[in-house]
Write a new protein. Sequence first.
Length: 276
Amino acid sequence: MGTYELLALTGLGVFTGAYGVLIGAGVGFILAPLLMLVWGLDPVIAVGTSLAVVLVTSISGSIRYAFSQAIDYRSGLLFAGAALPGSILGAITAAKTPASLLMLGFGIFLIGMSVFTVCKPPITATSKEAPTPNSKSGRTRSVTTAKGVTYVYTFSEPWAIACNCVFGFLSSLFGVGGGLIRVPILVFAFRFPVLIAAATSIFSMGLYTGIGVITHGLLGHLHWNALVFASVGALIGTQIGAPLAPRLQGRLILRMLAAGLATSGAWLVLRGSHIL
């Protein structure tokens, strides 16, 4: 890569860092497709490099969300532990998957998640607007942010942990960090408020993506120049995006997520089908 390409990667890192941490999905679902389509990296190298940037931004974003007091730490730790085995298996699977099939599968996956994200209204409310928790239906959690807003929600902890095993696999397979899938599932299936889902997702990614990155690194799936320049930009972006999240409505955050999913997915389907 030339100097201008690396500088462009830094700028892309700023945008994806801010956008990704804002919606709780990391930077991978934007960065991985662009590394394939614009910078011409081999898909498996793009996936490994993207996941490494996700790790950097997840740690940075978690620090910012910690100051906002929007993280459900118990749930985040459980989700991260559940995702660890899958993250290793996903990296190994990516190495054995043909490039065009990886692009096509990734694209279809992103489009499907986009449709899922816009199908149902999320819980964007504080505790006074959220459904009354029922302790018999699952574990009830309460998170009070630095602004004094309290979120109360109840979900099935065993099912959420089981889902995160799958998220870990898809995270390393596609280089997306897992938040891309986790945030919509937490919001729609497990009734998490959007802000708490985004913050907890970023926190858990910072804990488990390191294993996937190490596995990709051992398999030679990292482009170090792209990783360094994109990470520098993404670190700046996460410090911009995280403070903005509490100020935005949950519905807007999910629409932003859906738009990014659909765009990246369409590009990859066309490329994987050899139309582009």
